[in-house]
Design a protein around this ligand. Structure first.
Ligand SMILES: [Zn+2]
Length: 217
């Protein structure tokens, strides 16, 4: 799942306009950003298997980023960082924490059983990755609906909906570019490719919401 995760960021922005869009966008992929760093460092392990029917990643070991207790800890950490470093109100910080946690249930939908319920415990995943058309429909559906929700919330505040339209278009282009999966079967290609895509998404969020960043609404 790529663009589907951003549905949580857009819902968060619609619910709490004081939360900066870039922080929500970084937050919804925060555990994957950690995963990219850990895979490059050899702390977590993954490889590419092109013989799989759908998305070709095999994620054999990732307890520090994608186990359920790890997701809770990343979310709590992000909430505290939002409060202490970004000096956001508790409401906005809690929304960022919730958006960070949303990564796990959304991954649960699409991953093959590779998400630990506890450290070293049973692995779960509903494997929508094996049905790529349905998986893309779910992702794009979630993304489209929450994008419309964010646009409507901007209109209600008397603001233009152009940023929402721009973000929806640019992220859809990113999603299409990411469709073939990891570029190569090396730790650097897998982790680095993911980190590059997430960085582009954050830059786009900073660009489309730069008036919001200034006014913090
Ligand atoms: Zn993930």
């Amino acid at each position: 799942m790529f663009v589907g995760h951003y549905a949580a960021a857009l819902a968060g922005k619609a619910i709490e306009p004081k939360a900066p869009l870039w922080a929500l966008v970084a937050g919804c992929q925060l555990v994957d950003i950690g995963w990219g760093v850990f895979v490059i460092a050899g702390i977590e392990r993954a490889h590419v298997d092109r013989s799989l029917g759908g998305f070709p990643a095999v994620l054999e070991y990732m307890p520090y980023t994608h186990s359920l207790p790890a997701a809770v800890l990343w979310a709590l950490g992000a909430m505290l960082l939002a409060k202490l470093l970004l000096r956001l109100p508790w409401n906005a910080s809690a929304v960022i924490g919730a958006v960070v946690f949303s990564h796990w249930p959304l991954d649960l939908l699409v991953h093959r059983p590779d998400l630990e319920l506890w450290f070293g415990g049973q692995k779960v995943g509903f494997a929508l990755w094996d049905q790529p058309v349905l998986e893309q429909a779910v992702e794009m559906g979630l993304f489209g609906v929450t994008g419309a929700w964010w646009a409507a919330s901007r209109a209600k505040l008397g603001r233009t909906i152009w940023p929402a339209l721009m973000l929806l278009t640019l992220y859809t282009a990113l999603q299409i570019a990411a469709l073939p999966g990891p570029p190569a079967d090396t730790n650097l290609a897998m982790g680095g490719g993911a980190l590059f895509a997430y960085a582009v998404a954050i830059v786009i969020a900073l660009f489309v919401d730069r008036d919001g960043a200034r006014r913090s609404i």
